[in-house]
Design a protein. Structure first.
Length: 335
């Protein structure tokens, strides 16, 4: 998934407006439908990277601030959030969900989505969104774009600004809640930034000790949860138990400003470093396999394409964020 991720750092407030994709209702891209299958249990994969240092190619630039890419297998399209600068007395960032149809078509899919990180549900009917506009986790129907609330708060208190999320095969959703997009709204979490899960409508705490948790990713077998702690320059690893609860936290890897992330079918992690403008690729053991470069200020990554082997990255500088892509050698995990 994806979830892809997500506007996360204080530097992101300085991004200026650029080209805006035309708004409006768009029709499904039926001709682009992909049949890429989920990961095959027990399959053996080789090296994910063709070289230790790989450079992604620009698809299109000129966006204000891109985040949260996630691939929709049913239509063969990529959804991603385009966030604008803070507005209004509360300093909230407007955003819309864009849809990219390869090779070059961009359209507004959901206007005023209020979204950051995105992830397609396991049944392929909804896109879940970390929605900072009303400090919730939301779901948008892919059929009619209607919005419902997945997680409204925790123990009667509003979240800070949900940022990124990942979904298990059973529908359990894990999401991060830093305070980057809280703006001028009251802090109802007493200074805590946390990770939560929501299962069957019940929100539970995963961890409230991480400084600015950010990208969240599940392993292909659903037994491990990874969370990037931007404020600690570290990626944390948790055991996921059959009921969706977590434990046994350890430090998986250290890296600068971990932002959004994705994972492939072999369990290799692809974690964006905002400050470095790189995606660091780690084996499940924690050994670093190499990097993918897409310029400066890389925010997130997601796999897509007909065979699941195209890695999409969101990255950019003040005045123009862009979507990048690169072909890799192991397909991505769809959830």
């Amino acid at each position: 998934m994806a979830h892809r991720t997500t506007s996360r750092h204080r530097r992101k407030w300085t991004v200026t407006a650029a080209a805006i994709v035309a708004a409006g209702v768009v029709t499904p891209a039926a001709s682009a439908t992909t049949t890429a299958a989920p990961c095959t249990p027990g399959a053996t994969y080789g090296s994910p990277l063709p070289a230790p240092a790989v450079t992604a190619q620009l698809v299109r630039s000129g966006f204000n601030f891109l985040e949260g890419p996630t691939w929709d297998r049913r239509t063969g399209t990529l959804l991603l959030s385009n966030m604008q600068n803070p507005a209004g007395p509360q300093g909230v960032q407007p955003s819309a969900v864009l849809r990219f149809t390869p090779p070059s078509t961009f359209e507004t899919f959901i206007a005023d989505s209020g979204s950051n990180g995105l992830a397609i549900s396991a049944d392929g009917t909804r896109v879940l969104a970390a929605t900072h506009d009303n400090r919730t986790v939301s779901a948008y129907s892919l059929a009619d774009r209607s919005r419902t609330t997945v997680a409204a708060g925790y123990q009667g208190r509003a979240f800070n600004s949900p940022n990124d999320l990942t979904i298990g095969r059973d529908g359990t959703t894990y999401f991060s809640d830093p305070n980057y997009q809280r703006g001028n709204r009251p802090d109802e979490q007493n200074g805590r930034t946390s990770v939560y899960r929501v299962r069957d409508g019940v929100v539970s705490l995963v961890d409230d000790t991480l400084p600015q948790p950010n990208g969240v990713v599940l392993s292909p077998d659903g037994k491990t949860l990874y969370v990037g702690a931007t404020g600690a320059n570290a990626i944390m690893k948790y055991t996921v138990f059959p009921d969706g609860s977590t434990g046994n936290r350890t430090t998986f890897a250290s890296m600068r400003t971990p932002d959004g992330a994705t994972i492939d079918c072999a369990g290799n992690l692809y974690w964006a470093s905002y400050d470095e403008g790189l995606v660091h690729v780690f084996a499940p053991s924690g050994v670093q396999l190499g990097t993918v470069s897409a310029g400066r200020n890389t925010t997130n990554a997601a796999f897509g394409g007909p065979d699941g082997r195209t890695l999409y990255l969101t990255s950019g500088v003040s005045g123009g964020f862009g979507l990048y892509q690169v072909r890799l050698q192991v397909p991505g995990n769809p959830y």
